[in-house]
Ligand binder design. Structure first.
Ligand SMILES: [Zn+2]
Length: 279
């Protein structure tokens, strides 16, 4: 299924054919055996595979499937479901979907609420998208860039973004008037216990009050908790999911790698915005 996705060359809708997604102008995109396609803009096609590696994707999946973040996933799904009340067949886009852990639960939740959603997820990491597509049928997945989302103007009823890069102009462009944008960002104390190990002087995440042109904030809700991560593999996986992975001095990373158990606060801030109607 190609879902909401449009041709990255000309912007026309993509029709599903045997092993390709193709637009009416004749641009066609191979669908990999797992069921996803590359929809990067033409000038980006030959760049090196960006984003997470296959190994990092596997580690992250193991961490997520161990359930540490389950309360976040549940709340995300509830908020999405509430926002979409009254839309029987919503078009939902997961921007920066990773290996589809949240996307697949969104599909199940919306189905469970009696909707027939059309779900699409994209990510810049081919390894993540491949893992997502392999596992979760019934969702259209593509390798694509947040800076050039392969979806038509005003086509999405809900855009979800969990800890992924945010490009406001693109989110605003693909959102239907009256549609919703659901963001998850870290709370100030998210992973503070990990940062106490990593850094001599740990710091809290900045509390952001972000406004996006064309959107108004409907609600903001923090979901917080504490977890004990009881295996070095899961600690390493969690570490690799954070921006600290790339910028922590070696001594800090080594301190973390000597732990057999890590206790930390966690927290997601959910921000629900509504796309204003166009003038
Ligand atoms: Zn085209």
């Amino acid at each position: 299924m190609s879902g909401l996705f449009t041709c990255p060359v000309c912007g026309r809708p993509l029709e599903r054919e045997e092993r390709t997604w193709a637009c009416k102008k004749g641009h066609s995109f191979d669908v990999a055996a797992e069921g996803y396609a590359y929809l990067l803009p033409p000038n980006k096609k030959h760049s090196k595979d960006p984003g997470d590696t296959r190994q990092m994707v596997a580690a992250r999946r193991a961490f997520l499937e161990a359930g540490y973040y389950e309360p976040f996933r549940r709340r995300l799904c509830e908020l999405a479901c509430e926002a979409l009340q009254g839309v029987p067949a919503p078009a939902v886009l997961d921007a920066g979907c990773g290996e589809g852990w949240y996307t697949s639960a969104l599909l199940d939740t919306l189905h469970g609420a009696g909707m027939t959603p059309e779900l699409c997820g994209f990510d810049i990491s081919k390894s993540a998208v491949r893992a997502a597509a392999k596992r979760h049928k019934g969702i259209a997945f593509a390798v694509a860039s947040a800076f050039s989302i392969p979806a038509a103007d005003a086509s999405a009823d809900l855009v979800v973004n969990v800890f992924a890069p945010i490009v406001p102009e693109e989110l605003s462009r693909v959102a239907k008037p009256g549609s919703f944008l659901l963001l998850a960002i870290p709370t100030p104390r998210h992973l503070y216990g990990m940062k106490e190990i990593l850094y001599e002087k740990p710091y809290e995440n900045e509390y952001r009050e972000t406004t996006y042109p064309g959107f108004s904030l409907v609600r903001r809700e923090a979901v917080t908790g504490e977890i004990t991560v009881n295996s070095p593999e899961h600690i390493e996986a969690l570490f690799s999911m954070t921006p600290y992975y790339w910028k922590t001095p070696r001594e800090g990373a080594e301190r973390l790698r000597r732990l057999s158990s890590l206790h930390t606060e966690i927290g997601f801030d959910f921000l629900l915005y509504r796309r204003e109607d166009r003038p």
